[in-house]
Design a protein around this ligand. Structure first.
Ligand SMILES: [Cu+2]
Length: 421
């Protein structure tokens, strides 16, 4: 209803303006004045406005910066962030200088050379030297901007060093989950086919494959028994059969995955990526140590999201089906930000989603705590007590046999998985 009223008001407004213009035209005709006759007073008014406009425009510009300048992001809290901020500021400086000079001259001359009957315009068609100057100078400036920009970009996007802290950021509608490597220092393999309530990231280990297959067996058995023992309407029965078929196909894929995993474990032994996942730490807490290189490994379950940490000037898309990475070095802890930079005890770094990804996109965020190396180690030690899969109890696996003879331990794991089907 309100929208309709607004529409009516807008239409009536346009009609009123059109009628006013018509009245003006008619009165001008009555007075015997032609529309194209422009008086000297009109010209002087336009010349004056040419001078007033840039004054008002630049005045507004300066007021905006004074009034809202402090709403900008605070000091960059990462090494590359300082660089990109400088890159941006460098561009701003060049842009503002060029913009102010050209626009001041444009409006100044438009106002100064107001039409006069006694003045003839100079005919000045061409000057090679001028053409050269205004081609070469912008080209040189653009070349500097591009080379500076590419250099900064290459520094940011180069590979992380091997001893960087690795954190996986896993996106889905509408939240983030962090995964840290456990004591072995490496993230385990993952596969979407293993995702379920207890394995939200689909981490592949012999144990999680076994559990997933058991879960699928139970689901399939239940559907089978419903189909065998219940009297269902035809449409329901057809629906259930289709679901059963789908479940069987999915199960076959997990069985394939198990074969690949067992092969890999057989070939690589303890080094297999499928044996690295059990000690991974899956958490809703996101902590990073200060002054240490961090490699973010970014994945998505469903659609494109974007990992964005504005205070650290970090952003990288999370793309389903592939892994993207971003390396950075945080330089300011959360505590220092609170006490020395933003002067706000409630400040927290935040990881946001920066791709509009659905209804709750606005709320897809996770706080980030940047701490000193010691605090980080203490936090990590605490997290390591809660690995993705608890190691088997000492009674099941005699402690002596595991490190001494890893090859027997591995097929034992694989054997456990085989038995389930
Ligand atoms: Cu998102």
């Amino acid at each position: 209803m309100t929208k309709l009223l607004i529409l009516i008001v807008v239409v009536l407004g346009i009609l009123a303006i059109a009628q006013l213009a018509r009245v003006y035209e008619l009165t001008a005709r009555l007075r015997g004045k032609r529309e194209e006759d422009i008086s000297a007073a009109d010209n002087r008014m336009n010349a004056l406005l040419m001078w007033l406009f840039p004054v008002a425009y630049f005045g507004f510009f300066i007021w905006l910066v004074a009034a809202y300048g402090d709403k900008m992001l605070p000091l960059a809290a990462s090494e590359h962030g300082v660089e990109t901020d400088w890159l941006l500021n460098f561009n701003w400086i060049i842009l503002i200088i060029a913009f102010v000079i050209t626009n001041v001259l444009l409006f100044y001359f438009a106002g100064k050379y107001v039409f006069s009957k006694d003045r003839r315009a100079a005919w000045y068609p061409h000057n090679n030297k001028l053409e050269l100057i205004w081609t070469v100078i912008p080209a040189a400036v653009l070349a500097v901007i591009i080379i500076y920009g590419l250099n900064t970009w290459n520094n940011i996007t180069g590979p992380a060093s091997p001893d960087a802290v690795v954190v996986e950021l896993y996106a889905k509608q509408f939240d983030w989950t962090a995964r840290y490597p456990g004591a072995d220092g490496a993230l385990g393999a993952s596969d979407f086919r293993l995702i379920n309530g207890t394995n939200p990231l689909g981490i592949v280990t012999p144990e999680s494959v076994k559990l997933r297959l058991e879960e699928m067996d139970a689901e399939i058995a239940e559907m089978d028994s419903v189909l065998a023992h219940s009297v269902l309407p035809d449409t329901k029965a057809a629906e259930l059969k289709a679901r059963l078929e789908r479940s069987r196909r999915q199960q076959a894929r997990v069985v394939n995955l198990r074969t690949v995993m067992e092969q890999d474990i057989k070939e690589k032994g303890e080094a297999s990526v499928y044996l690295r996942g059990a000690d991974d730490i899956v958490t809703k807490e996101f902590h990073l140590p200060v002054h240490k290189e961090v490699k973010l490994v970014i994945r998505s379950r469903d659609i494109i999201h974007s990992a964005y940490i504005p205070h650290l000037r970090a952003q990288m898309n999370a793309v389903p089906g592939m892994t993207t990475t971003f390396k950075m070095v945080p330089t300011i802890t959360t505590d220092s930000m609170r006490t020395a930079v933003v002067m706000d005890d409630t400040f927290d770094f935040v990881l946001l989603c920066n791709k509009i990804c659905g209804a709750s996109h606005y709320n897809m965020q996770m706080p980030l705590t940047v701490t000193t190396a010691d605090e980080y180690s203490a936090w990590m030690a605490e997290q390591m007590k809660k690995p993705f899969q608890a190691p088997p109890a000492p009674a099941e696996v005699p402690a002596a046999t595991v490190p001494a003879d890893s090859t027997t331990a591995v097929p034992a794991n694989a054997q456990a998985a085989v038995k389930t089907n």
